[in-house]
Design a binder for this molecule. Structure first.
Ligand code: COA
Length: 183
């Protein structure tokens, strides 16, 4: 699938909200309560959140345009640069600014198409110029083997674990850290 990757703008908010609601359940482990998913989407993936990330200097929000359906988004990625204060995370990524690949979500019909790879490559490219010294990390559910395989293909390695809340449900995440290429 041919795709165009670009930074999100205010004009994408409606499309992003629809895309986020359609794709967030794909990352949840089997058995996650639908109410917990609905609560998480409502609380964290609404237009206010996307508007904030679009306008923030500490975030990179990228969208992939759907080549087959004009006007529709096929995927999005959010990277956030910040200092973590969680002692467990400090041990894994350090005290300085670190970049979290906070979200990468692609519609199910575009999995395996290269859209996710294009989103990640564009995101890492921007990170390397915007925050060149920051380590890059992510958390994903321990049973999300497809995502973990995708990240390993792109130089992320298992670094530890964390707890992530979807609604009131505590979930076990793995934390992966991007290997810094050696010269
Ligand atoms: C995670 C995501 C962005 C990856 O994009 P993708 O297009 O599916 O990734 P790719 O197809 O390039 O890579 C996935 C790899 O996992 C493999 N895979 C698929 N199902 C698998 C499984 N159940 N167990 C292990 N590996 C699996 C694929 O074969 C592929 O590996 P290969 O290229 O060596 O054959 C996409 O799957 C997605 O949006 N998933 C739903 C949302 C999500 O989970 N986001 C991450 C939240 S942290």
């Amino acid at each position: 699938m041919e795709t165009t990757i670009r930074r999100a703008t205010a004009a994408d908010l409606e499309g992003l909200v629809e895309l986020a609601a359609a794709t967030f359940p794909l990352a949840c482990p089997e058995g996650t309560a639908p109410e917990a998913i609905t609560a998480h989407v409502a609380a964290h993936l609404g237009p206010e959140s996307f508007a904030r990330w679009t306008a923030s200097a500490d975030h990179v929000l990228l969208v992939a345009e759907d080549a087959d359906v004009p006007g529709r988004l096929a995927g999005y990625a959010l990277l956030a640069c910040y200092r973590t204060t969680d002692p467990g995370m400090v041990r894994l990524v350090g005290e300085g600014p670190a970049v979290e690949l906070s979200k990468i979500y692609v519609r199910a019909d575009a999995h395996g198409s290269g859209v996710a790879t294009a989103l990640l490559a564009a995101g890492l490219d921007l990170v390397s110029t915007t925050w060149p010294d920051a380590p890059v990390w992510l958390g994903t559910h321990s049973t999300n083997l497809r995502a973990q395989r995708f990240y390993r293909k792109h130089d992320f390695e298992l670094a530890g674990t964390r707890t992530f809340f979807v609604g009131d449900e505590a979930q076990d995440d793995v934390v992966m850290l991007r290997r810094v290429p050696t010269v």
